[in-house]
Design a protein around this ligand. Structure first.
Ligand code: G
Ligand code: MN
Length: 239
C-alpha cells in the first residue's frame, strides 16, 4: 500500500493522503491497479484484496494518529466499481474500523465517476450506508467519464476530485473556464475540490485562481510506501 499527499493550495499544509495499491511484480516491476485489478477479479482475489486495503487503511490511521493528530487530515481509500456492486462494502468497512478501533471520520472513500450509480441501486445504497457510518464520500476522476451531475444531485458528496485529464501541463483558457465551473458547483453544494495530477507550478496557480481548495500530484510528492509516520507534501518555491 502506497500513499500520496494531498495539500491545501493556500497554506501548503498536508490535509490528507490517497492510499494506492501497488504490486511489486517479480519481472514486470511496480504495477498500478489498472494493470492488475482485472486479473485479480478473474482469479477471485479481488474481494480479498479489497478487504485487505480496508483493513490496512484502518490500521494505518490508528498508527499515524498515535504520532500526529488526525484532525484536519483524512485518508482516502478507493472503492472499485465491482466492490460497490458485488460485495457488502458497508459491512467490510465497519469490520475493519472495529477491528482496529479506527474512527470513520478519518476516512474519505473515493468512487470513480465511471460507475453509473443511477443504474445500480445497490451501489448507491452502499454509498449512503458509508455516509451513515460517518465516512466522507468523494467522486474520483471527475470530468473523465460520464461527467455525471446526477451524482452531485443525488448524494451529499463531500469532495470532487477533478481528473488530471481536465487540466493539462500548460493550462488553457478553456480548461480554466471548466475548472471555475466545477468549483462554482462544488461551492454551491458544500463540496471541496481536489485537483489531481498537479505536476507544475502553473497548474497550482490555476487551482488557486479558480477557487480549488486542495491539490495532489508529483509536484508535492509521489506515491510512496506507507510508513510509520504520515507523509508530508512539499510545495516547491519559485526560482
Ligand atoms: O484514479 P485515481 O485518481 O485514483 O488514480 C490515481 C493515480 O494517479 C495513481 O496511480 C497515481 O500514481 C497517479 N498520479 C498521482 N499523481 C500524479 C501526477 O502528478 N501525474 C500523473 N500523470 N499521475 C499521477
Ligand atoms: Mn482515487
Amino acid at each position: 500500500l502506497y500513499a500520496q499527499p494531498v495539500i491545501d493550495v493556500d497554506t501548503g499544509a498536508t490535509t490528507g493522503v490517497e492510499l494506492l495499491l501497488r504490486w511489486h511484480h517479480p519481472t514486470l516491476g511496480l504495477l498500478a491497479p489498472d494493470e492488475f485489478l482485472e486479473l485479480a477479479e478473474s482469479c477471485d482475489v479481488a474481494g480479498w484484496l479489497g478487504e485487505w486495503v480496508l483493513d490496512r487503511a484502518a490500521a494505518i490511521s490508528v498508527l499515524w494518529s498515535q504520532q500526529d493528530s488526525l484532525s484536519d487530515f483524512r485518508l482516502a481509500v478507493n472503492l472499485s466499481p465491482r466492490q460497490l456492486a458485488a460485495t457488502d462494502v458497508v459491512a467490510a468497512v465497519s469490520r475493519a474500523l472495529d477491528r482496529h478501533g479506527a474512527s470513520p471520520a478519518d476516512f474519505l472513500v473515493e468512487i470513480t465517476e465511471s460507475v453509473e450509480l443511477a443504474s445500480r441501486p445497490r451501489a448507491a445504497a452502499q454509498v449512503r450506508g458509508l455516509l451513515e457510518l460517518g465516512l466522507s464520500v468523494g467522486i474520483d476522476d471527475f470530468g473523465s467519464g460520464f461527467a455525471n451531475m446526477s451524482y452531485l444531485r443525488d448524494l451529499p458528496v463531500d469532495v470532487i476530485k477533478v481528473d488530471r485529464a481536465l487540466v493539462s501541463l500548460e493550462p488553457t483558457g478553456h480548461e480554466e473556464a471548466i475548472l471555475r465551473a466545477v468549483t462554482s458547483v462544488a461551492r454551491a453544494i458544500g463540496a471541496d475540490v481536489v485537483l489531481e495530477g498537479v505536476e507544475r507550478l502553473e497548474q497550482l496557480d490555476l487551482a488557486r485562481r479558480c477557487g480549488v481548495q486542495h491539490a495532489q500530484g508529483y509536484l508535492f510528492g509521489e506515491p510512496a510506501p506507507v510508513g510509520p509516520r504520515r507523509p508530508v507534501g512539499r510545495v516547491p518555491q519559485r526560482g
